[in-house]
Design a protein around this ligand. Sequence first.
Ligand SMILES: [Zn+2]
Length: 400
Amino acid sequence: MTEQTQVVDLVITDAAELLTCAPEAPDLIGRLRGGGLAADGGRIVSGYRGRRVIDASGKVVLPGFVDSHTHVVFGGDRAAEYAAKAAGTSPPAGATVGITGTMADTRALSVAELVQQALPRVREMVASGTTTFESKTGYGLSRESEQRLLVANALLAEAADARLVSTYLGGHAIEPGRDPEEWTAEIIAQLPEVAGSAAFNDVYCDDGYFTPAQAERILEAGLAHGLAPKIHLDAYSRTGFAEVAARLGVVSADHLNHTSDAELEVLAEAGAVGVYMPCLDYAVAHPKPLDPARLQRAGMEIALATDVCPGCWTTSMQTAIVMACRTGGMSVAAAIRAATLGGARALGLGDQIGSLTAGREADVLVLDIPSHEHLAYRLSGSTVDSVVRAGAVVGAEGAR
Ligand SMILES: [Zn+2]
């Protein structure tokens, strides 16, 4: 081997498997045996000698996980409701129940308290390998409290060792007692002040939430303010909104439990990523869990996400992979691809993160497992050896 003179920030060597997750990889994950990589200035580079070296022998190296659908900022919890539902009984009087129950707990918190409650969850996300996550508002459901959630997102972005992508979800639910049309108009009126502090505008379109006509108005108004659209679609009923969502250019369509095959094809044709959240389907004992094979047959790129929220308390993309494979029947390679490049594409960041290819940000995981199949095989515990965000080791023990 010739002497290498250029010194870079970080080199990871001798991986048992290196999963590049390169976009065109025929095996979905670009698996190389015995690979390594280098990072400099926060990006993947080719080469050289490292100021810092991580020995990945016997381990698997892959892109950091991208969790493209989370509601990680909220107040309180719904543990009493969860326990009652699991046991087939009614929640005790006064327990926090449903999105609007969490609304009251969230409104009671200051920005500092919101951040204080969310930060441990975010730290768990990073410790289990997430290097980019989306964070939605939507538990405030008033102009003032939704603004506080956007500020909380900005503060979390500074505090977290991961990239945060902020999404405005004023259209998460209709405040109890409010007229849905008036409520829709209020959400639209908030959009000018949201622009600049969120990347995406999201709406919950379903029976009992926003109608297709209301969702269309909210997403169109967001587009006029430079907010890219996302959609919570057809989780509990088929709304018929998929074609309009495709026409509006939704970056992702999430849930999709009741969306028809023909509608999935229209969404795929429009380039929308399908976001699959098996932990949510499990946590709510969904009567019609999404079959990800339907998305694959329609030609959709799939993103795997935790959907961490008061109704589905998981912060781990490793758990989402476990569930996607065993309850959803995905191959391990397809689940890993969905947890990395798929997630990046669901956030419009597919050319910046999600793959270990030259020029992309050096967001890298080193997992202490001998082959990638162990990610789906080990039902509990974190396999993380090191988490690298933009070339810097941020999680777990780091280089040992
Ligand atoms: Zn959601």
